[in-house]
Design a protein. Structure first.
Length: 230
């Protein structure tokens, strides 16, 4: 199925959604992006509900729902019997449920907005909270997503070695950490099936009482990632 055909399919499915469930959805769109799961090989994120403007208790929230054509296409290539219509409908209704959940939980909305603001500060080289990503979307244990960026959290201490190992999309990689001090945000280059945004390995030190009154400086670096068996 081509991108244009998929967009036409999604438009047809949108007409089948009861009006009361679509209330507050500003747009349903199709993106060509491929969004791999950070942990599991052969698994892809098919859709996302992105909260937009809201006030008060969140009941007037507007959201944008995105379906990722590239992810659907990646799964279809793995499975000759892939049912595009059924998967698109399941994804669309799943993201609509997220929209309704967002409207009902204002605390989650506030946390999401704050995480997005902190991530913007990170991109701009400004000060940011070193654990902001935990207020984003939790994908798996120690794996979080904020906007298009994915954060892989790893506790690490100076002297543990020149390399640190981590998993991504079913493969093992390693990245150089010589001379780095936690907390450190390492933007990874060279991983296969990279996310649309940054893949960031977050090196955290073990918490201590000293952290209550002194915050360590955060370092940011771009590092090459190599397969562990290379």
């Amino acid at each position: 199925m081509t991108l244009d055909d998929f967009r036409a399919l999604v438009r047809r499915l949108e007409h089948e959604i009861p009006d009361q469930f679509e209330r507050g959805v500003a747009d349903i769109e199709v993106s060509p992006k491929v969004v791999p799961h950070p942990v599991h090989d052969g698994v892809y994120t098919l859709g996302e509900c992105i909260p937009l403007t809201w006030t008060g208790d969140g009941s007037n929230l507007h959201s944008r729902i995105v379906l990722f054509y590239g992810s659907f296409d990646a799964l279809a290539r793995q499975n000759p019997g892939f049912d595009w219509r059924a998967e698109a409908w399941d994804t669309l209704t799943h993201e609509l449920r997220h929209h309704l959940e967002f409207r009902a939980h204002v605390d989650a909305l506030e946390a999401y907005d704050w995480a997005a603001e902190q991530n913007f500060a990170r991109h701009e080289g400004q000060m940011f909270d070193p654990v902001f990503y935990r207020s984003g979307q939790r994908i798996a244990d120690g794996v979080y997503k904020v906007d298009d960026d994915v954060f892989l959290e790893k506790t690490w201490r100076v002297g543990s070695g020149e390399w640190v190992e981590f998993g991504w999309h079913g493969r093992r990689y390693r990245a150089p950490v010589t001379g780095m001090q936690p907390p450190a945000f390492l933007t990874l280059q060279g991983i296969s099936d990279a996310p649309p945004g940054d893949a960031v390995l977050v090196l955290r030190k073990r918490p201590s009482l000293r952290d209550l009154w002194r915050r360590a400086a955060i370092s940011q670096n771009t590092v090459p990632a190599r397969p562990s068996d290379a």
